[in-house]
Structures are given as C-alpha cells and as structure tokens.
Design a binder for this molecule. Structure first.
Ligand code: GLN
Length: 505
C-alpha cells in the first residue's frame, strides 16, 4: 500500500497494532523503525542499558508469522515496548543499574513483561534507572546518566528515568516502570509523558527486583492516556498472578470508560498541598488550569483535607529503607551478585563484595534500614512510621467519601540540572506529592500539561484515586488530555529528537 511515510512518533499503540493487523506495515518494519530511532536518538538520551534488537526482531517475526497463518493478533501486536532494568526478561540482563548485578541474567521472565509479550508487544530493550530504584533522577545508575529528552542538560527524573525518557524520545511507544514512592509519576512529569502507578496489587511484581515490598508497584508510561490504558489491559489480562501473593484480579477494561464524561463528578483539591513550600508557581498554575479544564467539562471541584500527608516523607524514609535492607540482604556475592575475588574468609568476601558492588545511595539506604530495625531503635521509628501509615490511609478513605479523584501536582518543579540536588534530603523532597499514595496503596497518574510558562520544560498534574479505581483515574486523565494536549491526542515526542529515524515505509 503506497502511502506517505508514517513515523512511529505520531502513531498510538492502538494504531500500530491496527496497522500490523490490517497489513499496512509488518511488525518487522515497526521493530526496525523503533530500533532505527533508538540508534539515532539514544546516543544523546542514553535511556537504554541494553537494546534487545535480536529479541525485538524475533518477536516481530513471530507476530508476522501469526498474521500470515491467519491467527488472531494481540492488542499490542508489534508495539515497541521498553522495560525498566529491574524486570526480568529471558535473553537480557537484569542489572538494576548496579555493579552488584552487572551481567546477571535471570532464568525466568517477570509476569508483567510476559503479559506484554503475550499481548504481542515487541521488546526493544531494558532501560536505565537509579540503582535498585533508589532515587529521583537516574543519576545513581552505576553505568551512565540518562538525559531529559526536552533538555539534555537536565535529568529525566527517576527512578524509572530511562523508561520515561525512552517514551518521551519516541524510542518506544510504551515502557514499563516501577513506583515505590513516585518512580513512575515523577519521571513521567519531568519528561512530559503519561505515567500510571496502579493500585498496590493490581499488577504482579513477580520477577521484578524488590525494593520496598509493601510499596512497590509496576505500571506503564505512554505519550497518550490511551496507550497507558491499552498497556494496563495487557498487564491485568489473565487475572491474579499466583506467583505474587499480593496480586489481585482486576476486572475493568481500561479502554472502555476512557472517554466517559466527567460531568457531575467530584474532583478533590487539597488547598494545603497547593500552597506547599517547594511547589513552583508554574506547576501550581498548570495544575490549576487542569482543574479548570475539568470544571469546563462539568466536573465539580471540592476541597478535601489530608491532614497527615505532611508526615508521609518521614514515614516513607523509615519504612522503605527497612524493607530495602531486608530485600537487598540476598546480594551477598554468593547467592547473587558481584563477588570480590581472592578473599580468605567468607565474612571478608561478603563485606567487600557489598562494599564494592553497591553505590553510595544503595549503601545509605541499607545502613539506614539496618539501624532503624535494630533493637531499641525499632520502637522509636519503625512502629510510629507504621502508625503514620494507618493515619494517612484513613485520611484518604475520608477524602474519597467526598470526591471521585484528587487533583494535585505530581512533581513540585520541572526537570533539574545534573548534580543540582546534591543533598539526599533535597532529592527525597522530589516525591513530596507522590509518596503518600504508595503509603496508602492507592493508584495515581501523572498527566502532562505542556510546557511551563517560566522554564519551558514539561509540567504535569497528578490524579490520585481510591484503591482499584485506576480505570477511573484514566477517564479523568483523558478528560485533561482532551482539553489541554496538542490536538487533544496526547503528548508529542520531544522536538529535538522527533523525526530522526523511526519512519515506516
Ligand atoms: N525517590 C524515591 C526513593 O528514592 C522513590 C523511588 C521509587 O519509587 N522507586 O525512594
């Protein structure tokens, strides 16, 4: 079929899958276009730790063979998808951007990855991250930094910075990330793409390297809300995963209600959050504009209170390091991980393997966790942190009696420069609007709102919802996207990179 060249930059995931199904182009052509875009753009962005060209072409060839045999194709047929490097995929390394796991190859594939593949996706590679997902800038990767596609002198956010950047750069249509305290929503915000942290338990964590097991959740990035919905359908297809005891069956079809009207529905706003110290004026203005866009479509804004949310960061930086300390104990250079050579005693070997295998932030978190869980200290910090967790969860439950979703910022400000946040506690404050939701276990989505009036960099809003109302979050996200994105159809590929490669004949 002779048509003008189409770029992957402008195709939605659904359009890619439909084009493959209709024979407008083959999955192999799509895979080559994505690999071409990666080849031409990633030397600047460095979103990938590993490009899986062979796996991509194999998966695409299998999709094309299926079509040739007249078999039904999956809803993600031929769609280029990237995976955060804490997710196992047989045939690739899983490094968590750490020397500790450099060269590690898992013998099995994570459920979330497998479900994307089962839906027909083409796996283009593994993306960069903060080491073991500790961070908000991807600067703690042991291998290299990732640049923000909108401004290469700035960070993409983190810890799923590579996944957010790959999507913003048009190197993948969809990417998966994980969010323990904001690691999907904050980089989505800084890179100007949609990022959903589903409700805890909605997506299986089996085969994803654990950070904070009571907080971790996998979710998708896309440039359009619809792409994220399509990815969610694939991730929950097949129901509960028996390999993750916290996994729950999620029924809704995330596409079915995407364009439902928001008329008459209630959007909570928390005045104290909109006045929070550290929130930039341009982000505050953009979030207010998102609220007006919902009101213009007939929604009602209601003020709600989350009185204990100010303690969320403090509680998180007790709970998360304790869980990380416990989870990362397995990296001892014997069962897993880097092994320091030539040591006489096991104790010496373990200690030096861990000293040399982990980076600075990973060590800080584990030492903090070890201290907080030690006897005498435990009662002073860990127990009260769990009490704060209960209070925050109750705050949300009360708020959702008055509203359907809550609108707030996702990140307090736009992308910062490399090295700008050198004090760890400044970095921790990047998650001031996201962490409380992990503590409560609810879902949240970051919705791009174009470029900030002052910085000219991507700004966004966050929508949070009650447990297992993630499809509802996407309905409200879509309402904002419809009103505020170019052509109402989602975020563009970052202009400096758009159009370099990625063309389908
Ligand atoms: N930035 C937070 C932290 O460093 C959250 C990270 C995450 O969600 N993985 O812990």
């Amino acid at each position: 079929m002779a048509t003008a060249p189409t770029s992957l930059d402008t195709l939605s995931a659904r359009q890619v899958a439909a084009g493959v199904a209709a024979g407008d182009f083959t999955a192999t052509e799509v895979a080559r276009a994505a690999l071409d875009a990666i080849e031409r753009r990633d030397p600047e962005v460095r979103a990938f730790l590993q490009v899986s060209a062979d796996l991509a072409l194999e998966a695409a060839a299998a999709t094309d063979a299926r079509r040739a045999a007249g078999e039904a194709l999956g809803p993600l047929a031929g769609v280029p998808v990237a995976f955060k490097d804490n997710m196992n995929l047989v045939g690739t390394r899983t490094t968590c951007a750490s020397r500790m796991l450099e060269g590690y190859e898992s013998p099995y594939t994570a459920t979330c990855v497998q479900r994307m593949l089962d839906a027909g996706a083409t796996p283009v590679g593994k993306t960069n991250m903060d080491e073991f997902a500790f961070g908000s800038s991807t600067e703690s990767s042991a291998f290299h930094p990732t640049a923000n596609p909108w401004d290469a002198s700035r960070v993409p956010g983190g810890s799923s910075g590579g996944s957010a950047a790959a999507v913003a750069a048009g190197e993948a249509t969809i990417a998966l990330g994980s969010d323990t305290g904001g690691s999907i929503r904050q980089p989505a915000s800084l890179c100007g793409v949609v990022g959903l942290k589903p409700t805890y338990g909605a997506v299986s964590r089996y085969g994803v390297v654990a950070f904070g097991s009571s907080l971790d959740q996998v979710g998708p990035f896309g440039r359009r809300v619809e792409d994220v919905a399509l990815a969610m359908n694939a991730l929950v297809a097949g129901g509960r995963d028996p390999w993750d005891s916290t996994s729950q069956a999620v029924a809704p079809d995330f596409l079915a209600h995407l364009d439902d009207p928001v008329e008459g529905r209630r959007v909570g706003v928390v005045p104290a959050l909109m006045e929070a110290a550290g929130l930039s004026d341009e982000v505050r203005d953009a979030v207010a504009a998102a609220g007006r866009a919902l009101v213009d479509q007939g929604a009602e804004l209601v003020e709600v209170d989350l009185p204990n949310i100010a303690s969320a960061i403090a509680a998180y930086y007790v709970i998360a390091p304790c869980e990380a300390f416990s989870n990362l104990a397995r990296f001892d250079g014997v069962r897993y991980g880097y092994q320091e050579p030539g040591r006489a005693t096991l104790a010496e070997q373990t200690s030096l393997s861990r000293a040399h295998g982990f980076g600075e932030e990973a060590k800080r978190r584990q030492m903090l966790g070890a201290y907080l869980l030690s006897s005498g200290v435990y009662d002073t910090y860990y127990y009260p942190a769990q009490q704060v967790r209960t209070l925050i969860t109750a705050d949300y439950a009360r708020a959702y009696e008055q509203c359907d979703v809550i609108l707030m910022p996702a990140a307090p400000r736009t992308a910062f420069r490399f090295g700008e946040l050198s004090d760890p506690t400044q970095m921790y404050a990047s998650d001031m609007f996201t962490i409380s939701n992990n503590i409560a276990g609810n879902g949240g989505v970051s919705v791009p709102l174009g470029l900030g009036a002052t910085s000219g960099l991507p700004v966004s809003a966050q929508l949070q919802g009650p447990a297992f109302a993630d499809a509802r979050l996407l309905t409200f996200a879509r309402a904002i996207e419809r009103a505020l994105s170019p052509d109402g159809e989602g975020a563009p590929v970052a202009p400096a990179l758009a159009g370099k490669g990625g063309e389908l004949a």
